[in-house]
Each structure stands twice: as structure tokens, then as C-alpha cells.
Design a protein around this ligand. Sequence first.
Ligand SMILES: Cc1ncc(COP(=O)(O)O)c(C=O)c1O
Length: 408
Amino acid sequence: MKQKKIIPAVRTENITYAVRDIVVLANQVAKTGKQMLYLNIGDPNLFDFQPPTHLVKATYEAMIKNFNGYAPSSGIQEARDAIEREAERKGIINVHDIFVTTGASEAIDICLTALVNDGENVLTPTPGYPLYTAIASKLSMMENPYYLNEENGWLPDIDDIKSKINNKTKAIILINPNNPTGSLYTTENLQQIIDLALEHDLVIFADEIYDKLLFDGKNHISIASMNKDVSCITFGGLSKNYMVPGFRIGWGIVSGRKEILEDYMEAINKILRARLSANHPEQFGIKISLEGDQSHLAIANEKLTKRRNMTVEMLNSIDGISCVKPEGAFYAFPQIHGIESDAHFVAELIKETGVVIVPGSGFGQVPGTNHFRVVFLPNEQILEKAYKAIGSFLKNYKEKHSEKVDFK
Ligand SMILES: Cc1ncc(COP(=O)(O)O)c(C=O)c1O
């Protein structure tokens, strides 16, 4: 019998996830026997970073005690209480709801799903984390990208945000510390965003998944701590700060004015109930992680600071590359000057040198500019090799493509 091809939904057409998409090419190149240098995936466990042992033990013990059934939809009480105390430490006091999810990713997905109708829009950072674009496609939500300003340390461009708010704008997304730029936002910048959110009734989605990975003694400021009236959902989790991305444990913290948020919170909870619960035994690792020994962070931040310094110095010394210094997370987003397409550059680089980075176009960027994202989790030897290879490759690449390239 002749069967018709199964046609996927139109909403999947624009879904790309550059970070993983590039792996397809990298795998093909690796098969040829070339030595690969992976600077593309933000998973600390692939490198010399480990979670605190007490977190793993607490999860194991929960499994042995047979907490292997479904959890309550918003998460186990001990974890929710610990997250509430964590919110207090971050200065967020007017908390009305807390829910544990399958990674911060699920919290973000649920909170957008419960807020945005077809044709409404959400302000998303450009460059930004591709998950937001993928969810936007899924929800037939209009993305309303606003720029981060490279000349101003990659801070959100307030004038650009102002010019893009319209009567269908429901929320603004902030990633602080940022993926892919590594920037940390200032109080002044955050205050301007709060003012806009209050004026235009926007919900602030504060993605703070990297808030403990900070360099140079810098402090992280939670936007929700700066104003008790602004509607805010702060996203966090164990993936990055506690180095267990495979546990898939994250959360959302709802703060602001209860009477404004109550219907929205009920909508979020309907979805939370419908999807049953997040991973159960792993939730027993939340309290001990947030309240137990934090020494793994000092060790991680020291390593990352060295690797960040090396990244910035080596990349800035390459003719044709400029790199803003990251202040948190483990990413840098350097600009490549004088080439036509970062996607082409990166594909050729992977094939020729085995260095795997992600093209800037996968994160969004100002048209006419070209970037790439590096993850500086690998050790110094790997980073040094990779940056040297990028330097010599770029020189040859420009010579080879000089006729075709419109040099800026
Ligand atoms: C900015 C940002 N938000 C969210 C996530 C996903 O976090 P989780 O593992 O908790 O789903 C990531 C992962 O890389 C991220 O970079």
C-alpha cells in the first residue's frame, strides 16, 4: 500500500539549536581520525569539573529509600523551602510561588506557554540562548529580538528595547550572567529594564542559571531583588553552579505583586500539574547543594578565571578578532572582522583544524557582523592549542577568500 510521507508541523521549521547542530559536522570530521578540540558545549562534566559529592550522595540515598515515584507537581517541600531561602539570600523577598522543573529549560518553556498567545511577542536578547527561539517557534509566538551592545560590554541596549515594545509585548527575557557573551549586568541597566517593565506591564524572565560562576570578585545582582512590585520569574538550577546538567533539575521563582500575578500563576500551575512532576530523587540534592559546602565554586571560579584570561588575551592578540572580557559563566563571544560569513568560517575551521566552536549566527547578531562562541571550560593546554589554530587558520582563510570578501 502506498503510504503518504508524514509531514511535520510548520512550527518546527525554524527550530535550530546551533550548539548541537554543529556537532553533526564535528562528528563527521572526527570519524576521519582528526584530533578534535571541543570548545562548543557548556557541559562542565565533560571537562575537569565535578559536582559536590554530597549532592550525588543525597540523590543516591533518595533512590535507595525508594523516592522513585512521581514527586509533587511543584516539587518536594524541602527543596522548595531551600529555594525560597536561596531567593532571600539573593534579596528576592516578595516570592509568591516556587516550582521545581526538568532543568531551567522546562520552567522557561512552561512560563512562556502560560503567558503568550499566538501573535503576541516577547523581547528576546540578541545574541541569546537558542532555547528561547525554539520555544518561540513552538508557541507561534513572535520573537521580538533586542540587541545587546558589544561596544558597551554587551549590556542590553535600552533604546533598542524601548523602540521594540508594542501593544502585543508580554515579557522581556534577560540572561544574566549571559550566554553567549559572559557579560554581567549593571544595577543601572537593570533599573532601566525594571522601569520599562512597570510602564508597559511586562513580565521579566530573569535567567540566572550562571549566577555563582563569577570572576574578579564581581557580585551578581538579581533583578527581582531591586523592586518588589515588578512581575518577575527568576530561573535557576543545579546544571551549571552545581555541575549536574544531566540531573535535569531547575526551578522558577515568581515574585512581584500577588494580585497582579495570581491568574498567571494558576495558569503555570495547571501546566505543572498536567506534566506530573520533575525528576524525583534528584530533588533531594537541592537543599544540600544550596546550603551545604560551597567550596567547589571557589575551585571552579579560580580555574575559569585563568581560562577566561587566557581566552581574552590570546583571542585579542589575533589580527582580525576582538573579544569583550566575560565577567561570568564560561562563554566568550568574539567578533571576527573582515569575513563574510561566520557559519562558513566555522565549518571550514572544523574541517581543517578540528577546533569546534559555534558560529555567532546561531545566537543572533547585528546584521553584517560575524562572531563565534567559545566555551572556555577545557584546560589551558587545549585552549592554547585551539586559539593558536584559530589564529593561523584565520590568516589563511582571509588570504584564500580575499577576492570574495568585502573587507570592513
Ligand atoms: C542561559 C541558559 N539558560 C538555561 C539553560 C538550560 O538550563 P537547564 O540545564 O537547567 O535546563 C542553559 C544551558 O546551557 C543556558 O545557557
